[in-house]
Design a binder for this molecule. Structure first.
Ligand code: T4K
Length: 378
């Protein structure tokens, strides 16, 4: 076999989708003409409407990032006490609870989907529990029916961190239709972005009104400030970029779907590698991430070895999500952080590796990444 050469440029885990500079300049000209830069301008109004249609949800409120949006979601539902969540997520998820003076209670994850294990939620509920904060990890939908059933039985609220799930649908319904409130992140590294940004989507119009107040300092009008709000507003420049980027989502998703098929084709027979979970036929995925799990016993090499060795080939993979949130110094003293409570998460956190995934990768790039990965096997 020919020796594998390193890539001659760095292959990152992802690259943002860029609109053309001409498209941005044209929109900037509109903004300059309007002399309106932020605080509910015309670009903001139009993007809220367009996104609501795209995501097939009844109400939507734009934010300056997903983290602030999630903080406001907790405030809008008046959550307190403790909230059951997953340790297998980005730092922002449990941190928004802490910023709301709420204790995160970590529940183990499902070994297949890597989402919160709905079967285990009930045993974690205490009199202090006010909500479930679940994450559609890597865009794979949670068990939304089971979670809602538990929430209804115990009078709990449900928030979804849908940061990875832009455009995901179940049976033609936008993923944002489940639970009380869902958050989408529009960070530059996401399938759809506004440079930085995010949104909350909700079924209830009153919740939308409260959220709109909370993200604008609680200001109702010139005379009244009705609640302790924060500044969560998305400005006109980023809203305009978001309007352009809506034209890119379907194309980018399709490109990633083709790359996913190549990864699957090249890696499905490799012993010791577990690929992304299969979803029900009525689920429309977004292919934002491509994640493998390395079983050291069978593959003959650890995930960390693979991650480090890839760098010698100029391939920069990421260990999303390692360490687990339950291993952070700020959370590891919690009872629910004990590894005995989180057996699946503790295994998976040591196996996962996000491989490069973005539309500008070529088919040959992906085949070469797979060949490099396979060459590590012992
Ligand atoms: N909940 C979940 C489940 C999340 O995953 C996230 C964010 C949130 C909540 C919070 O939403 P936001 O407040 O961010 O809207 C990245 C993103 O910054 C973060 O948004 C995302 N999750 C997380 C999973 O990934 P890092 O620290 O890994 O990003 P970074 O800067 O290392 O970028 C990754 C790669 O992307 C780089 O190696 C190169 C490439 N890149 C990145 C940027 C920013 C570029 O090529 N150009 C760029 O401009 O967190």
């Amino acid at each position: 076999m020919k020796t594998l050469e390193p890539f001659d440029k760095i292959i990152f885990v992802t690259r943002p989708v860029f609109p053309t500079i001409e498209e941005v300049t044209e929109k900037l000209q509109d903004i300059w003409n309007s002399k309106w830069l932020t605080n509910n301008g015309p670009q903001h109004t139009m993007l809220e409407r367009e996104l609501k249609n795209f995501l097939k949800v009844p109400h939507l409120s734009l934010f300056n990032n997903g983290t602030i949006a999630l903080m406001v979601a907790c405030q809008s539902l008046r959550l307190s006490g403790s909230v059951i969540t997953t340790p297998f997520t980005f730092a922002a998820t449990p941190h928004v609870l802490s910023w709301n003076n709420i204790t995160p209670i970590f529940c183990d994850i499902d070994a297949e989907t890597m989402n919160i294990d709905a079967e285990k939620i009930e045993s974690m509920i205490t009199p202090q529990t006010t909500a479930i904060l679940a994450v559609h990890v890597f865009g794979t939908p949670c068990d939304v029916e089971k979670i809602q059933e538990i929430a209804d039985r115990y009078g709990l609220r449900v928030i979804y961190d849908a940061a990875h799930a832009f455009g995901v649908e179940i049976d033609n319904q936008g993923i944002g239709n489940f639970g009380d409130v869902s958050m989408f992140s529009f960070h530059a590294t996401k399938l759809y972005h506004t440079v930085e940004g995010g949104a909350l989507v909700m079924k209830n119009e009153h919740v939308k009104q409260r959220i709109d107040l909370l993200k604008n300092f609680g200001i109702k009008n010139e005379e009244e400030v009705v609640m302790p709000g924060i500044n969560g507003k998305l400005d006109e420049v980023r809203a305009a970029v978001g309007r352009i980027m809506l034209n890119y989502v379907d194309g980018e998703r399709q490109k990633r779907f083709l790359l996913k098929k190549i990864y699957d084709e090249e890696l499905s027979d490799v012993e010791g590698l577990k690929l992304m979970p299969r979803c029900a036929a009525d689920v429309k995925l977004n292919y934002q991430y491509y994640v493998v799990r390395v079983d050291e016993k069978i593959f003959g090499r650890s995930r960390d070895f693979v991650h480090d060795e890839f760098k010698n080939f100029n391939v920069y993979t990421r260990k999303y999500f390692h360490p687990l949130c339950s291993e952070y110094t700020c959370y590891r003293q919690l009872n629910s952080s004990s590894p005995a409570n989180l057996p699946a998460a503790n295994v998976i956190g040591r196996q996962v590796l996000s491989l490069p995934m973005y539309g500008d990768l070529t088919e040959d790039d992906v085949r070469k990444i797979c060949a490099i990965l396979k060459s590590f096997r012992r």
